[in-house]
Design a protein around this ligand. Structure first.
Ligand SMILES: [Zn+2]
Length: 148
């Protein structure tokens, strides 16, 4: 193979576009020919500089995007957690005070007391299950993102 042909192949060699056979031809010729080796090394320096330039810019943007998404997720998560805690406190405290008043009132029929307790118990169970579902869905969403 002549030098001109090899020089043409060198750039493809760096782009990893050559098949096994052509790559071996280039490597064999480079061992034997100083002129083409020089060309090859200069091309190497050029490719190195290019790849460094390419590498330098994107990570900054990638990191910015990454932290923005982390922050968004964290913000929503904290919001949800605060909301849950607040709802729990209101429910337990408010419920307890209300129930306390009704239950301690001797004129309230026993069946109504039992009904209120069962009703509040149901709300608590539903709320807990809702919260667990929310966190479960969130976890699965995160796994989906990893799969992408
Ligand atoms: Zn040559």
């Amino acid at each position: 193979m002549d030098h001109k042909k090899i020089k043409e192949l060198i750039s493809s060699y760096y782009d990893k576009e050559l098949d096994e056979e052509k790559r071996k031809t280039v490597e064999k010729h480079l061992e034997e020919c100083q002129e083409c080796r020089k060309e090859f090394e200069e091309m190497g320096k050029f490719e190195e500089v290019m790849s460094k330039m390419e590498l330098k810019k994107p990570p900054e943007d990638v990191w910015k995007l990454y932290w923005a998404s982390v922050y968004n997720r964290l913000e929503r998560r904290i919001g949800w957690i605060l909301l849950s805690i607040g709802a729990m406190i209101i429910l337990f405290f408010g419920g307890y005070k209300m129930v306390e008043g009704i239950i301690q009132d001797p004129s309230t029929p026993f069946l109504l007391k039992a009904g209120i307790l069962i009703f509040l118990g149901g709300i608590v169970v539903l709320l807990v299950s809702l919260i667990r579902e929310q966190f479960f869905v969130r976890k699965r969403e995160r796994y989906k993102e990893v799969e992408k």
